[in-house]
Design a protein around this ligand. Structure first.
Ligand SMILES: NC(=O)c1ccc[n+]([C@@H]2O[C@H](COP(=O)([O-])OP(=O)(O)OC[C@H]3O[C@@H](n4cnc5c(N)ncnc54)[C@H](O)[C@@H]3O)[C@@H](O)[C@H]2O)c1
Length: 242
């Protein structure tokens, strides 16, 4: 199960899970993109199902959970990828408006919690499962001019640790993935100097692409990582170490 799989990293995660043999269930607030992802995956011979989802709306998440319960057996992995991740950078801490701050928190933080609440009951106690929450390395190095987003991703890291303790007895591993600045549609608006800061500051000095992140996501939802829990894995070519 991948949220926000209509484009960007989420789409790459869905394709990678499908290529590994998973039946992929995807949700996105952008209907057209979600349906297109479903169609592309099916045309490639994979099993994929899309259902509309707005993680900012508790009723939508509940309805999505009901759909999951109806069409699928036990869920083995949840990649909590959906977030407000574009178009919000650039403002200083005292320039962000309350409405935008609340929206980022509502979607990125509360939405991630609501998805765990909806999907964890669909993971069985005998097999367990893997949950991967998308954090960001901005929360590790203290990126400026992005305070609402950075705070939301810091909350994801904190939430991941507490959820790991609450879900451990049910054999559900919960981890956070913290990518660096990835070259995707969502980051095209980011100023060139910020891209350069990342791309020259990495231990491996180059641009980062979705393919650089999918392997770690696949690992964390897979059985190979079932005894890894509560961890934050930066995947950023060594821009910042955890
Ligand atoms: N791209 C990066 O550089 C980068 C770096 C670190 C972390 N991340 C994280 O990776 C994830 C994906 O980022 P991306 O770059 O692919 O961004 P993106 O904007 O391309 O993708 C986000 C996806 O989530 C969907 N979405 C947004 N709000 C939603 C909602 N309320 N309900 C359901 N779906 C919703 C969007 O429609 C979109 O398909 C995000 O959690 C982001 O914070 C991205």
């Amino acid at each position: 199960m991948v949220t926000g799989a209509g484009r960007g990293l989420g789409r790459a995660f869905a394709e990678a899970c499908a290529a590994e043999g998973a039946r992929v269930l995807i949700g996105d607030v952008l209907d057209d993109l979600g349906r297109e992802a479903e169609r592309t995956l099916r045309e490639a011979g994979y099993k994929a199902d899309f259902h509309p989802l707005d993680i900012g709306d508790p009723e939508s998440v509940t309805e999505f959970g009901d759909w999951l319960g109806e069409i699928a057996g036990p869920i083995h992995g949840l990649i909590n990828n959906a977030a407000i991740a574009t178009g919000i950078g650039g403002s200083l801490f005292d320039e962000i408006d309350i409405e935008t701050w609340d929206k980022v928190m509502r979607v990125n933080v509360r939405g991630t919690w609501l998805m765990v609440r909806a999907v964890a009951p669909l993971m069985t106690d005998d097999v367990g499962g893997g949950i991967v929450n998308l954090a960001s390395d901005t929360a590790l190095w203290g990126a400026p001019r992005l305070l609402h987003y950075v705070s939301s991703k810091g909350a994801i890291i904190a939430m991941t640790r507490s959820l790991a303790r609450e879900l451990g007895e049910r054999k559900i591993a919960v981890n956070a993935l913290a990518p660096g600045l990835v070259r995707v549609e969502a980051t095209e608006y980011v100023p060139q100097h910020r891209h350069e800061l990342y791309e020259s500051g990495r231990a491996m000095p180059r641009a980062q692409f979705p393919d650089d992140v999918v392997g770690a996501a696949i690992f964390l939802v897979s059985d190979a990582a079932r005894f890894v829990t509560g961890q934050v894995l930066p995947v950023n070519g060594g821009f910042v170490f955890n």
